[in-house]
Design a protein around this ligand. Structure first.
Ligand SMILES: [Zn+2]
Length: 126
């Protein structure tokens, strides 16, 4: 089985990765319809405008849904978190006992290495 090469750095989303190194989460907002979106991309997924701008998320949100992966040693809680700005992202809940989790629970951003070693936005209970 061949090894999948690491993705090359995409200049379009470089600010996103730089912000993660500072413990911040950048999302994008459309300058035409004003809707924020995640993951970051050059075109607005709502009105297809190609004028978007970076927006620093407050890093707070709520758990939309989650699943505890009993067999997973690292990052055992997979979740969808809806940011206070609106977008929902697939992520992991960390530093929080699974028994304390519930849909709708308030969470805040923490930046940790993901399964691939690259920094990723994750969340912990507030
Ligand atoms: Zn738009």
């Amino acid at each position: 089985m061949s090894q999948t090469p690491a993705p090359s750095a995409n200049p379009e989303i470089q600010p996103y990765f730089e912000a993660l190194r500072d413990g911040k989460l950048l999302i994008k907002a459309c300058t035409q319809c004003r809707q924020p979106h995640f993951y970051p991309r050059a075109g607005c997924p709502f009105c297809f405008s190609d004028t978007t701008e970076w927006l620093e998320s407050r890093g707070t949100g709520t758990i939309y849904a989650y699943s505890v992966l009993q067999a997973a040693k690292d990052l055992p809680v997979l979740a969808y978190v809806t940011l206070d700005e609106g977008p929902t992202l697939m992520t992991s809940i960390v530093d929080s006992p699974p028994s304390a989790l519930s849909n709708g629970a308030a969470v805040r951003l923490v930046v940790r290495p993901g399964a691939d070693g690259a920094l990723a936005p994750m969340f912990t209970l507030i």
